[in-house]
Design a protein around this ligand. Structure first.
Ligand SMILES: Cc1ncc(COP(=O)(O)O)c(C=O)c1O
Length: 383
């Protein structure tokens, strides 16, 4: 059996998620109900065709849904560039299952969502980290990347916007990365599950394109979970211009998926018909909630600061200035104050907490004072 690292983030969240009262660990923009989608978009409520037989449905996802997803990436894309999966987690897994093996060298940004480095390792690849550093604004450094490339480097893995940092690879840097990959014959996997929540980019900065729009050997994964607030339908996708990779992925998927639920496919179609109001609602939510978090961090600068100021996505890392063991503290916070966060230790950044700020505003308003109280109680206890 292949060696598998424990997925510490998922395990920590699973332990506390369903009983913590204040969820500051959430990575999705506050989840939507179908009735709320109808409300915010003034559209017809979602209706299930009660007469429709529940078969396996369209194996790769319906033509309608794949066309809708293709249109998120621009006019050059059609349904033939899209494969539907059970969430981005399955899209990522399938990408590596289709592409990497023991003979391959893989470069992955760090920190990032653990799956992006642990699964290529599971398939036997040699995985090295491209560390995101403060002096580079926590985005990839081209010189460092060049020094990591080997003759058997198959894949570069990025996550844009980044979980857990909330940083963004700019359009210019993305172009440079793609050019470098092209020069060395390297594929690029870009996990873009937080796209298009670019809510706090510095002034006069343009939103970066999706990697698949500018590089033919880019494989992009996305889903309905985060930016579209529908994690409950477990619907994600792979988009690429590389049809050979997509064919391999579809063939590999026959063994572990067959098809994604017809019901999920139809809910995703309904949501994507209303994509504008959903994204508008979520950008506003991110901006409002981030203002609350910014104020909290500013007012408590003796105990917290941002590792990087978030520019996009739904999460950020807060440095705990007075506490070294983020993991023990996060368990203390969940168990005694009913506040869920994620310890930075689970993401390879000790002494920090990952905060998800795009959940309901009340979780932040009520949870943040408890977070502060827990830090003070913990520090007093230690003295
Ligand atoms: C970067 C990243 N990729 C993929 C996923 C998986 O998302 P889902 O399977 O819900 O689409 C997550 C979830 O937290 C994530 O943060």
């Amino acid at each position: 059996m292949p060696y598998q690292e424990d997925f510490q983030v998922e395990q920590f969240m699973d332990k506390y998620e369903n009983y913590a009262k204040y969820n500051l660990g959430e990575t999705c923009c506050y989840s939507l109900s179908l009735d709320e989608i109808a409300d915010i978009s003034s559209s017809e409520p979602f209706k299930l065709d009660g007469k429709k037989r529940l078969t396996y449905g369209a194996i790769k996802g319906t033509d309608e849904l794949r066309s809708q997803i293709a249109s998120l990436y621009g006019p050059e894309f059609t349904k033939d560039n899209v494969l539907i999966t059970n969430g981005a987690i399955a899209a990522n897994f399938l990408t590596y299952y289709s592409m990497v093996g023991p003979e391959d060298h893989v470069i992955c940004v760090h920190p990032t969502y653990n799956q992006l480095h642990s699964v290529p390792k599971m398939f036997g690849a040699e995985v090295v980290f491209l560390k995101l550093k403060e002096e580079d604004g926590y985005v990839p450094n081209i010189k460092t990347l060049k020094s990591l490339i080997k003759s058997n480097t198959k894949l570069l893995i990025i996550n844009n916007p980044n979980n857990p940092l909330g940083t963004v690879i700019s359009a210019e840097l993305l172009k440079e990365l793609c050019q470098l990959c092209q020069n060395h014959g390297i594929y690029l996997h870009s996990d873009e599950v937080y796209r298009p929540t670019f809510h706090s980019l510095p002034e006069n900065t343009i939103k970066p394109p999706s990697a698949c729009e500018i590089y033919d050997r880019a494989i992009v994964t996305g889903s309905m979970s985060k930016a579209y607030s529908l994690a409950g339908i477990r619907l994600g996708w792979i988009v690429t211009k590389d049809l050979q990779i997509l064919r391999t992925a579809a063939s590999r998927r026959d063994y572990n998926t067959i098809s994604v639920s017809m019901l999920d496919d139809s809910v995703a179609q309904y949501a994507l018909k209303n994509v504008k109001p959903i994204i508008k609602r979520n950008l506003e939510l991110c901006i409002t909630n981030l203002q609350i978090l910014n104020k909290f961090v500013e007012e408590n600068s003796d105990i917290f600061d941002y590792v990087a100021k978030p520019q996009a996505g739904t999460v950020c890392l807060l440095r705990l200035k007075t506490i070294k063991e983020g993991d023990k503290f996060a368990a203390f916070l969940a168990e005694n104050y009913s506040v869920l966060s994620v310890p930075g230790e689970a993401l390879g950044v000790p002494g920090t907490l990952r905060i998800g700020y795009a959940n309901s505003k009340n979780d932040l308003v009520d949870g943040l004072p408890l977070l502060k109280k827990a830090v003070l109680d913990w520090t007093n206890k230690a003295e």
